[in-house]
Ligand binder design. Structure first.
Ligand code: ADP
Length: 485
């Protein structure tokens, strides 16, 4: 068997045909409804207490902060009321000692100080006016409403309250666990006497939905927001009476007048038991050797953090076949890799390589060669080596895009969104959907193959990129929250 034949054989293992998409959709609908009824299900279906989406006419100046990784972002958003906005932003690296050794008070005071210097630089007039009014004994006037994007697991009780379940991503400040992170931020803000009210706790996927709903054309409002970046997740507008588990949440408080609430699906964990998800030996080994085996199984087949690693494992399998030559010096390959090459290292291949390779339309593999050089320092690969890489990239990327159609189709079908002639608006964000060539096209191909969607349903779905979920999206949630008061 030749190198290209072997790559083609492995690529076929990544096929995800129409009938499997259909099975995925049926199972997703089952898990979706289970998640609306009970706690501790595979799909968490988290109620966000956000009960309305914007229509583009919202106005005002709002603050948003984002704590979720190495940087803390502070921004102010001026909503002009005509689907446009202006955004001013600053980004500060969080000192390592505050992430992992201090107390929660140290961390939140640091965050509040960043908000203070942001206000002094960008909104000093407002800030000074507030201080003057405070001296007059008028405390409640002219507060900025702030949306707090906090990308760690929280148990939410209302639009501006939620307790931290555990830290992730290198943070470790034990005394914060179990506490309301909005209250922690608010008390640090109050200690510095800032004119700021923490109005909303924001999930970034919900922010994506809100940002798209404000900026999207037309009056329908956005139905669903989805992220295909480092991870994957989605949020959508659900009928309140279907979220039956809310009845058991005695402490919950929210506005019931719209009859709807945005649900954060946490779909990265769809089908963790692998009842319907496709699986190759490469998926299996990636999971087994990850630091969280058995969870986020959908995400591990779809998102940017994992696609490069799936590809690396498939290429390595061919590399280790003594009868075939890929990336090892031989009669047919001039490539020889050092033993410390990224090719041999777990997580050594970034998913941006897949986008570069997939974009190649040249007959002598100009972009594939550039990608192999950029990512693996490989010089002079043969045409067969390039072709093998291209075949596998295409298979892995296409499966990810087709899998992405499953939650989308399932949520639309379950909500009855395709039963009328109305357009259904969907906002998406993330490097994969933005940069992987034809990601949306492959996703739509799979959508059309689902009988309950079909060509007619697919045409009703309008998909648009929605940026700045944690900026303008968070500001919009702060606005909705302040109107609930
Ligand atoms: P995040 O999801 O962390 O907010 P991004 O949407 O930029 O940020 O996603 C980052 C992920 O996307 C990383 O896993 C990275 O490997 C992957 N990525 C970066 N650039 C590209 C690209 N051009 N094509 C596909 N994936 C990419």
């Amino acid at each position: 068997m030749s190198l290209v034949e072997e790559a083609t054989r492995i690529a076929r293992e990544f096929d995800y045909p129409a009938e499997q998409v259909q099975r995925g959709v049926s199972e997703y609908i089952r898990q979706l409804n289970e998640g609306l009824a009970k706690e501790n299900t595979t799909l968490s279906q988290i109620p966000t207490f956000v009960t309305a989406v914007p229509n583009g006419t919202e106005k005002g100046l709002y603050l948003a902060v984002d704590l979720g990784g190495t940087n803390f972002r502070v921004c102010s958003v001026q909503l002009h009321g005509d689907t446009t906005f202006s955004l001013t932003q600053s980004k500060i690296m969080i000192p390592r000692e505050l992430m992992a050794s201090g107390t929660s008070k140290d961390l939140f005071l640091f965050l509040a100080r960043q908000i203070e210097s942001f206000l002094r630089i960008h909104h000093n007039e407002h800030f000074e006016a507030h201080l003057r009014r405070r001296l007059d004994g008028n405390h409640e006037q002219d507060l900025f409403d702030l949306g707090f994007t906090f990308s760690f697991p929280v148990r939410q009780f209302g639009i501006n309250s939620g307790t931290l379940i555990r830290w992730t991503k290198g943070f470790n400040i034990p005394d914060a666990v179990g506490h309301d992170v909005c209250a922690l931020l608010q008390s640090a803000i109050d200690e510095l006497q800032l004119p700021v009210r923490v109005a909303a706790l924001v999930n970034d996927t919900v922010g994506t939905l809100m940002a798209r709903s404000y900026t999207s054309p037309g009056e329908t409002g956005t139905f669903l927001g989805a992220i295909f970046g480092t991870g994957t997740n989605g949020a959508y507008v659900e009928k309140l009476d279907k979220i039956t588990k809310l009845q058991h949440m005695k402490d919950a408080h929210y506005d019931k007048s719209t009859g709807e609430m945005i649900i954060n699906a946490e779909w990265g964990s769809f089908d963790n038991h692998l009842s319907v998800l496709p699986s190759t030996v490469y998926d299996h080994d990636l999971d087994a050797e990850s630091n969280n085996p058995g969870v986020q199984m959908f995400e591990k087949r779809v998102s940017g953090m994992f696609l490069g690693e799936i590809l690396r494992r498939a290429l390595l399998a061919i590399h280790n076949n003594p009868k075939l030559a890929i990336f090892k010096a031989s009669e047919t390959s001039k490539v020889s890799l050092p033993s410390d090459s990224l090719f041999y290292r777990q997580w050594g291949l970034d998913t941006s390589l897949l986008s570069q390779v997939e974009a190649d339309t040249t007959k002598d593999y100009v972009d594939v060669k550039a990608a192999l050089k950029d990512h693996l320092k490989i010089e002079n690969p043969s045409n067969d080596e390039c072709e093998a890489v291209k075949i596998l990239v295409h298979a892995i990327g296409k499966r990810a895009a087709r899998l992405s159609a499953v939650p989308l189709a399932a949520i639309l079908i379950d909500a009855g969104k395709l039963d009328s002639d109305d357009v259904v608006d969907v906002g998406v964000d993330g490097s994969l959907v933005e940069f992987y060539p034809n990601f949306e096209g492959y996703m739509r191909e799979a959508l059309r193959e689902v009988p309950q969607v079909g060509d007619a349903g697919n045409k009703k779905i309008r998909i648009g990129i929605s940026k700045d979920g944690s900026g303008v999206g968070a500001a919009l949630i702060a606005l909705v929250a302040s109107k609930d008061e």
